[in-house]
Design a binder for this molecule. Structure first.
Ligand code: HEM
Length: 414
């Protein structure tokens, strides 16, 4: 059966138009208020994305989880009905598709063997070996912050630097090149960066990673990329282009998400001073708090998929070829699963949240993200116990124009 979900221009204009997606937030920390109504009344509903495509938005936890383990649900970024939440040029659409081919846009049977080649690089134990490096980075950033003027912007001073430097270490970038990745990655996050500048940065980063992959293909070193290249000599699953695409994926997936979670997490924690004290006093408390912060903020709201067959979900028939948007943010605020979900409850056991997605594409870097977040939160509040916002919560510049939620700036003083 073919799709009855057509591009907007083909839709019957006499029917009520579906609401636009992304939906507006009214309170900066809260998801769009409409999600609550949708979960109760229309858990699977049509929305229009900025490209004009119409897709099914799925908002309940159980439905999102079920679809993410359904083999009829495809992550194939080449599919023309894949709903993109940003209006992009045809060239950018092709870039997204090409980059997806390295891992994130693959379905079975291709996805499993490619992902397995990377699993050993992201185990809890492997990530723990990065701990001293992350701690050193965080301490260095805090030293600089304390030596500089007050108030200061914590996004610039810490939130973007920690994930950028951690990625350099993870990928095994030579020290002399590390500035480039930090500059290029952080430039992507600056407010007011034009699409052209973003594109230029992306091209520069890709050019650099291309050279890095070539250098390590010639002389594999003992780091993620070097080891992957050696493993690949046996499996031959990645050609040169795919390796470059995979490195891009790791930088893109691992940078902005973590940077925004650091900034939002600090802002969230500053609202609960007694919990900050608990984190300082009890090292185990920070692990629990990080899971709840991940749930509460869910910086990646919704990800796109396409139905490869007819599926019924929440009583709604989805047809083959229909676009889907699975909202992790709405799922993580589902009262049926997290009671009192609207409350940031730093003692809650939130480990079953879906901030890292679910199913075969569940975040490969989650152990690394946890290490970074735990070290940042513990260290900053231990070293600067008087840290506070230098502006009111309402005045903070929340990102409303990006696929990944976060803060453009976090002015703090102490
Ligand atoms: C707080 C930080 C992070 C958040 C919230 C996050 C979130 C996510 C989500 C929601 C997905 C699922 C995508 C999908 O289903 O289509 C994902 C996938 C992925 N993430 Fe993360 N991520 C974070 C940090 C990282 C880091 C640090 C890395 C690596 C350096 C990373 C690498 C990846 C990769 C490679 C995938 C694709 C996995 C696959 O397709 O098999 N992420 N992430």
């Amino acid at each position: 059966m073919t799709s009855d979900i057509m591009p907007a221009s083909h839709a019957d204009r006499s029917r009520t138009q579906p609401p636009d997606f992304p939906m507006q937030r009214r309170c900066p920390f809260d998801p769009p208020a409409e999600y609550e109504r949708l979960r109760a009344q229309e858990p699977v509903t049509k929305v229009r994305v900025p490209t004009g495509q119409i897709a099914w938005l799925v908002t309940r936890y159980e439905d999102v989880r079920r679809l993410l383990t359904d083999p009829r649900v495809s992550a194939d970024r080449w599919h023309p009905n894949m709903p993109l939440t940003e209006d992009v040029t045809p060239q950018t659409r092709r870039n997204i598709a090409a980059f997806g081919e390295s891992l994130i846009g693959l379905d079975q049977p291709e996805h499993g063997p490619r992902r397995r080649m990377l699993i050993t690089e992201f185990t809890v134990r492997r990530m723990q070996t990065l701990r001293p490096h992350i701690q050193h980075t965080v301490d260095g950033c805090i030293d600089d912050l304390l030596a500089g003027p007050r108030p200061a912007d914590l996004v610039d001073a810490l939130a973007v630097r920690v994930p950028a430097r951690t990625l350099c270490e993870l990928l095994g970038m030579p020290y002399e090149d590390r500035d480039l990745l930090e500059r290029s990655a952080t430039a992507q996050l600056r407010r007011g960066v034009s699409p052209q500048e973003r594109q230029r940065n992306g091209v520069e980063l890709r050019g650099y990673l291309d050279k890095l992959v070539s250098a390590k293909e010639a002389d594999p070193t003992d780091d993620l990329l070097g080891r992957l290249i050696l493993r690949n000599r046996e499996t031959k699953l990645y050609d040169h282009e795919l390796l470059v695409g995979l490195m891009m994926l790791l930088v893109i997936a691992g940078f902005e998400t973590t940077a925004n979670m650091i900034a939002l997490g600090v802002a969230g924690l500053l609202q609960q001073p007694e919990k900050v004290q608990a984190i300082i006093d009890d090292p185990a408390a920070v692990g629990v708090a990080v899971e709840e912060l991940l749930r509460y903020f869910t910086v990646v709201d919704a990800l796109p998929r396409v139905a490869k067959g007819d599926i019924e979900v929440g009583g709604v028939p989805i047809r083959e070829g229909d676009g889907l948007l699975l909202s992790f943010l709405s799922a993580n605020w589902d009262e049926d699963v997290f009671s009192g979900a609207t409350r940031l409850d730093l003692d809650r056991d939130a480990r079953h949240h879906m901030a890292f997605g679910y199913g075969v594409h569940q975040c490969l870097g989650q152990n690394l993200a946890r290490e970074e977040l735990q070290i940042v939160f513990r260290t900053i509040f231990t070293r600067i116990p008087t840290l506070r916002l230098a502006t009111s919560l309402e005045e903070l510049p929340f990102k409303t124009d990006s696929n990944i939620y976060g803060l453009d700036e976090l002015p703090v003083t102490w």
